[in-house]
Ligand binder design. Structure first.
Ligand code: SDX
Length: 429
């Protein structure tokens, strides 16, 4: 009768070991019993970048990379993007596991909005940066600084205190982002408007000008809300892995979120949306696309916004974003770089180099084109990723610190350095 186990024969000793299989995995620690003798430490697994290692059990987000499936708490991303009325519903869903009913949603919005203000000293921190400081550097530093304003946050196992920090962060990250922009532009701050939706309030804080008739365009509000929904969580990506690893030392959530945002900033991760626009600007015209593709195939750089560790067919978010672009461009006018992006995609999807490596447009390929059309500066795009992802990071962080199976993250290594050797006095070196 079939058994959920592996039988591993160690050919060094001829000994056979039975290792149980559960949830499609084996426990790495079970390999430690495979030894050559009593002195032997036992076997470990070696998995740089965790290409084939599950480090957590989670109920938050499910991805199937081959089928292009992404679900938050079981709800398909396509349905959430189409039907959700405000980003708060997603924040509630990720944190609590269920879509809120009207009463729960109102209560959640009221609670989050009650924190939608920055301490005057936090504004001074933002103002300490140069006008040309990268907004992601301002974002990461200011989020970390919040830890010093709310020392109660270290009580991470007090549910009421923990949730208060989570609501504070969800409320404050769009304000920090908007104020970083206003500081860079030399513009006065626009206070959060609690009557507006999460997306509209952010656009308002960013772009409200002296015109008393200024109003957030509903199409742009809807587009940004959908983009926030699409970016809110993505299971154990690099930034979330950082959030969980930092959180595993039981530091407060502000420090952990700053670390997660730092990981997101990298061009291989959430910094790719900015890198895509730099790439499109570098290509410049459609005529230059074939030469650029050839340079990528020659190993001279990457096609930014393409490829994914998990999605090996298509990123379902890219499909939604591409449709959203048409909605936005109908209001803003088409982004002139769109033609280059479409030609890049057309050629790449027909080219064996990209097909063989299963490289398809990811969430970052088209998002930057929309952000640019909406008037966001190029270096702001990773911040636009970090704002909604904060709700995902915090949901994953809370799940992690409450998971009884988890301990402080502390991987092992394969040591390749010197064996023991004697000290060498300075006059002998
Ligand atoms: C995000 O993990 C997540 O969920 C992340 C994210 C989220 O929501 O949190 O989805 C958000 O980060 C999306 C990815 C954004 N990054 C980019 O667009 C940057 C460009 N893409 C890559 O650098 C790359 O595709 C990664 C980092 C996304 C994935 O890299 P992997 O899984 O480590 O794959 P790899 O680098 O080992 O590549 C496999 C092969 C290599 O070729 P060979 O050495 O086998 O010849 O594919 C090639 C790579 O050189 N390759 C690319 C490429 N991506 C991979 N070649 C050209 N252009 C690319 N973009």
């Amino acid at each position: 009768m079939a058994k959920d186990s592996l039988t591993i024969t160690d050919n060094r000793t001829g000994t056979a070991y039975e290792v149980p299989i559960a949830d499609g995995t084996i426990n790495a620690i079970d390999l430690r019993k495979i030894k050559t003798d009593a002195e032997d430490f036992g076997l470990m697994t070696y998995d740089p970048a965790f290409m084939n290692t599950a480090s957590v059990r989670s109920k938050i987000t499910f991805i199937d990379g081959d089928k292009g499936i992404l679900r938050y708490r079981g709800y398909p991303i396509e349905q959430l993007a189409e039907h959700v009325g405000c980003f708060d519903e997603i924040g509630y869903l990720l944190l609590n596991g269920e879509l809120p009913n009207p009463k729960q949603l109102t209560e959640f919005q009221k609670t989050v909005n009650s924190h939608a203000i920055l301490h005057e000293n936090v504004k001074k921190i933002i103002e300490g940066f140069r006008h040309d400081a990268h907004p992601m550097g301002v974002f990461i530093s200011t989020v970390a600084a919040l830890s010093t304003f709310y020392p109660e946050a270290k009580n991470i196992f007090d549910q009421e205190i923990r949730r208060r920090q989570i609501y504070r962060l969800i409320a404050k990250v769009p304000i920090i982002a908007a104020y970083a922009y206003r500081h860079a532009m030399g513009l006065p701050y626009v206070a959060a408007d609690q009557e507006m939706s999460y997306a509209a309030n952010f656009i308002n804080m960013m772009f409200r000008n002296g015109d008393k008739n200024y109003a957030v365009h509903p199409v742009l509000e809807h587009a940004l809300m959908v983009l926030f929904i699409l970016h809110a969580d993505h299971e154990q990506n690099c930034g979330t892995n950082a959030m969980r690893a930092i959180g595993s030392s039981h530091v407060d959530p502000y420090a952990a979120t700053a670390g997660a945002a730092a990981a997101l900033w990298g061009p291989l991760h959430g910094g790719a949306n900015e890198a895509v626009l730099h790439m499109l600007n570098q290509i410049g015209t459609i005529e230059n696309v074939p030469a650029f593709i050839a340079s990528v195939k020659d190993g001279k750089g990457k096609l930014m916004g393409f490829g994914h560790r998990v999605y090996k067919n298509f990123d379902p978010r890219a499909t939604v974003i591409k449709r959203l672009a048409d909605e936005v461009f109908a209001v803003t006018g088409q982004n002139p770089r769109l033609k280059i992006a479409l030609e890049l995609e057309r050629i790449a999807l027909e080219d064996e180099y990209f097909i063989k490596r299963k490289l398809y447009p990811n969430v970052d390929f088209y998002s930057g084109l929309i952000y640019q059309a909406m008037g966001f500066p190029l270096d702001f795009y990773p911040v636009l990723f970090a704002i909604p992802r904060t709700a995902g990071w915090l949901s994953q962080w809370e799940e992690h610190i409450l998971d009884q199976e988890q301990k402080i993250a502390r991987p092992r290594q394969i040591y390749l350095g010197y064996d023991e050797r004697p000290w060498v006095p300075m006059d002998k070196r």
